[in-house]
Every structure is written in C-alpha cells, then in structure tokens.
Design a protein around this ligand. Sequence first.
Ligand code: ZN
Ligand code: CA
Ligand code: ZN
Length: 492
Amino acid sequence: MHVMLLSCCCVLVSLLLPGPCFTAPTFMPDVERSPSTEPQVDLMLATDYLQLYYNLKEEPFGRRKRSWPSFTSKVKDMQIFFGLNATGELDSGTLEVMKSPRCGVPDVEEYRHTQGSRWNKNVLTYSIGRYTRDLPRSTVDSLIESALSVWARASSLSFVKSHTRTADIMVEFVTYEHGDLFPFDGPRGTLAHAFGPGEGLGGDTHFDDAEHWTAGQTGFNLYVVAAHEFGHALGLKHSRNPESLMYPTYRPLHTGNLLSREDIANINALYSPVRRNPHYGWYGWGSHYHPWWSGLLYPQLLQDKCSPDVTFDAVSTVGDATFFFRGKYLWIKHNEQYDIKEGPITNFMPKIETNIDAAFWVPRKSTAYLIHESMFWTVKGSLVKGKPRPLSNLGFPAWVQDVDAAVHIVKTGRTLFFIHDIYWSYNENRRIMDFGYPKYISEDFPGLNTTINAAIHKEGFIYFFVGTGVYKYDYNQKRIVGVERANTWLGC
Ligand code: ZN
Ligand code: CA
Ligand code: ZN
C-alpha cells in the first residue's frame, strides 16, 4: 500500500516577493559533461531544493560549492527538519529526501509569519476551475469534496461548492508557469501548492497537471495530496512529524484517518470547534452551526440551482443580498458580487431548522421576516432575533395557518401576504391589517390565477415566482410585463 503522503504546498500567503529563493529548479546550462557530472547534478538539485524550500539565497558570484557556509547551514536545517543526521553534507540519505516528490510550500522559519493567519469565517466557498484529464470530472469533484471534509470533520469549518471564479479556495490543475510566481516543474518534484488564507490568491490550491493523478495507489493520490494542500489553504504549516498529513513529502500512508493528533490540534488552534467569533460581514452567520455535522452533511446536500425544475419557496431581500429558500436549503446572492453562497439554512441561521414558506424585507426597519407555517422569525443585521412569533401578532385571524408568499412595498408601506387565491394587506406603519381584506388575488392582480410560491419587490415591480417561472408585474398598470425562468435570478 503505498499511498504516499504528498507533501506539497505552500503557505506563501500574501507576501509573494519575487526572488531567487522562489526560482523553479532548473539545470544550469554551464554544467560540465565530465565524469563528475553526477555530483554536479546533485549539487544543483540540492541548491534548487534549498532555495525553494529553505530560503537559501543565491550565491553572490553565481558559483555553487558544497562548502559555501550558508549552503551547509541550510543543508543542516533541512536535515534537522527531516530527522536526518545534521552533518551539512549531501549524503545519500539527504539526497534521497531531496529527490522525493513533495509539496511546493517551503518548510522553514522565515515563513513563520504566515502561520497563524486564518480565515475570519467558518464557511468557506470553493470552486474547481481547470480540471485534470487524468480522472473523470465527477471523480475529481468527489475527491476534492472528500479532501475538504477531512478538515471539516475535525473543526468548525465547512465548505460550500460555488461555481464562480471568486471562491475562497480556487482549485486548478495547471503546468509550469501558471500565473503566480511559483511555476511547476514537470513530472515529480513539486506536486502541488496552496496559498494561505487571504484575499485574491489566498486559499487557492494548484496541482501540477504534469503528474499522474489517481484515485487509487498508482501515480499520486489526489485525495491525499488535496487534503494536505487544503491544510495550507486553511493556514497550516508543514509538520516534522511523519505521522502528520502536513509532513512535506509524499509518503506511504497507513489507512484510516489522514489526520494525526497534531494535525487535529493545529486546525483546532486556528478554528476552535467552540469558538464564538464576532460576525464577519453579512454571511458571518455560519460561525455557530454544529461543528461535527458540517463536513458530513454539507456536500451531500448541495443542490443544483440550475436544474430546469428548480422552484423557490420564498425569495426576499435581506440587507445587501437576496435570499432564495427551497426546502431546508438557501442560496444567498449578494447584490454587488457574483459569488453565490449556498447550503442548508441552518448553516447560516442555526435557529431555523425548518423550511421557509414566505419572506419579506422592510428596509425602514432593516428587518427581514421569515415565515414558516403559522410562525415567523425576525432577522436583523445578520442575527435571528429571539423565538418565532405567531402570525396573529401581525393581525391575522387564527384560521390563517400558513402563507404562500409575502412582499413589502416601500412606497405604500404595505406588506402583502398571499394565501391560496386571496391576499391580505398589512400597514407596517400603523401595524394593523388594512380594512376590507382578504381580497381575491385575481381581482386585484389580473393575470395571476394560480397559487404564488414567492414574491419580491424590486425597482418598482413585483416579481411573482410561480413554479419554475417568474412574472414581472407592474402593479400600477395591473398587468404582467415579463416572464422568465426562476433560476435566472441565480445566474443560470
Ligand atoms: Zn505542503
Ligand atoms: Ca511536478
Ligand atoms: Zn500556483
């Protein structure tokens, strides 16, 4: 069984300074072709290795000698890291480690400042950009998902697949120069690297597509390498402990748990399962969901928003975003971003373990109202306030036990509630139901002769979600002025 532990990856977080220490391993053109070629090649290999992973600086005059003091001390650093005899000599054991396929992230102290950097949120998005041709796409998807869930199970983190290029963790299979300062090197050598938490490249994880990626024990096992790389994407450094997933070289793996005790302690030092963080922006709600379930439940529950039969139970503005509810699932589209967050409702609002039938937003109160059967929650800022309250608080008679859709119209200060073929009008300012309601929907909204699933008011129009479609309704002219597919609202 040789699933070898891949050691790859880089924790080169935000300080991407170009410099000799990051040059890719290359053979010098001036190598003499003599009987001594092999030691020369070893010396160059060692120099490149130490520049890449141990911050060895280029020699001032371009000469390379084994006796060069900083070279010797870097060899010792490397020997100490790997538990070899710290002789400073390029002995065969040392060269063997240097020739082992490994992660592209450096091992040394100089990079320590990047350690400890972490994501300020517990729900991270990921997306796979360029795929490898070594494996079917669905296999890559499931290996990547499994590799992330290794960390999700051990921490309070969870991962949501996104289909945008702005996900926190962008996964790419690339070769040689690929747009960052860390070109890959063809087969073997560096297998992959990842950037620590941060904006832009932060969290991004690159795999050298010159390698042979597999789901089994030949070539390099993508699941194992990806799990190691994602450790870096979450902020972990390399470990000296050969039992740890974060060990830098790809090694035979024992079966079972990928994570050592040390890996688990390190990820929890960064993302404690009981940590209660302050909120980070409008999607910071994810920090309170149940830590042990996230990794298990999440991936299986991801829903295809673009499937042709997608309908929504409720749609509402909430702050700067639009929320789309379907069953116990939620998509959040930020008004200013292409990125769509998604996942079980409980991942964003742990108190709400049910589906949502109707939802509306009252800008004047900066409050969203989420209705389930005869109860509703209020959401202010990014917090669900207190316990759910009965619909009768809004002036409904006791026989109203569920609502199909609700929408607030700023101009009139009214919230309209749609129930089967009737609707009610609530005066938000006076906090009473308007006189004369309920009325028939078809009388006041000509053209709408069916049960409404969801409604939202935007830019002077009401949009009624009915089945897989959306009607754009001009309520001054009292007519439908447009029809589109519901999931076009999620970019499909
Ligand atoms: Zn690594
Ligand atoms: Ca390589
Ligand atoms: Zn890269």
